[in-house]
Design a protein around this ligand. Structure first.
Ligand code: NI
Ligand code: MN
Length: 227
């Protein structure tokens, strides 16, 4: 499994010729080095509807004829725009040609931001993505919650992407607890430094992980982790 970080909460994950994006937010992200036009994927997996997670869905989906995978309400929204969608919901899993997706809980908002106001976007989620024999847990935007222990107990997570930005999600202190609870072999900090309000030191977080015996990797936008 090759996991390329594109800043904020955006990833492209590939295995065995299959490639998917998670939460594409490149245009409008001052730290992104890739453009939406550069992203070639067969599916786009979404944790929730906020603009900093779905900004480039339409561009990438249309160019690649990619399937948008999201909770029912958000999938329906993109379906109404003519995109191919696959609706799912929390607790549900599905095996796609590229691998298995399971939606976990996340504690956050999920309103769809439109010029006419905020529309109901269902629940926010996290994503367990299994491709080949590796599992990547993308926590989405979330507070720390006790059932992360259950996620760690029930799954063998090779890499977890955990938000550390604070303000809108867990900050570094809670993310260190989350890292222990989900029992991931490697942890990638996400959702920080894109805006002033979520400024954090990812290397301090990685050091905090090391003190707990957990391997952290602070990927820079454009960098790839191969596991
Ligand atoms: Ni959000
Ligand atoms: Mn966000």
């Amino acid at each position: 499994m090759r996991i390329t970080y594109h800043g904020h909460s955006t990833f492209v994950v590939e295995h065995d010729g299959h490639r998917v994006a998670i939460d594409p937010f490149l245009s409008g992200n001052p730290l992104a080095v890739a453009k939406p036009e550069d992203i070639e994927v067969e599916a786009i997996l979404l944790t929730h509807a906020h603009a900093d997670h779905v900004a480039d869905v339409e561009t990438i989906a249309q160019k690649n004829n990619a399937t948008v995978v999201a909770v029912f309400e958000l999938a329906s929204w993109f379906g109404s725009k003519g995109l191919n969608v696959h609706p799912m919901h929390l607790g549900g899993s599905h095996v796609f040609p590229f691998g298995r997706v399971k939606y976990t809980l996340a504690f956050h908002g999920a309103g769809i931001e439109t010029p006419d106001g905020i529309f109901y976007g269902g629940n926010p989620g996290g994503i367990l993505l299994t491709m080949g024999d590796k599992t990547f847990y993308h926590a989405g935007d979330t507070a720390l919650f006790g059932d992360m222990k259950l996620i760690g107990e029930l799954n063998r997570i090779d890499v977890a992407a955990l938000p550390i930005g604070d303000n809108f999600t867990m900050g570094p202190e809670d993310a260190l607890i989350a890292a222990e609870w989900v029992r991931a072999r490697k942890v990638i900090p996400i959702h920080y430094n894109t805006f002033d309000l979520i400024r954090q030191d990812p290397e301090a977080f990685v050091k905090g992980l090391a003190e707990k015996g957990i391997e952290g990797v602070a990927l820079k936008p454009g960098e790839t982790l191969e596991i």
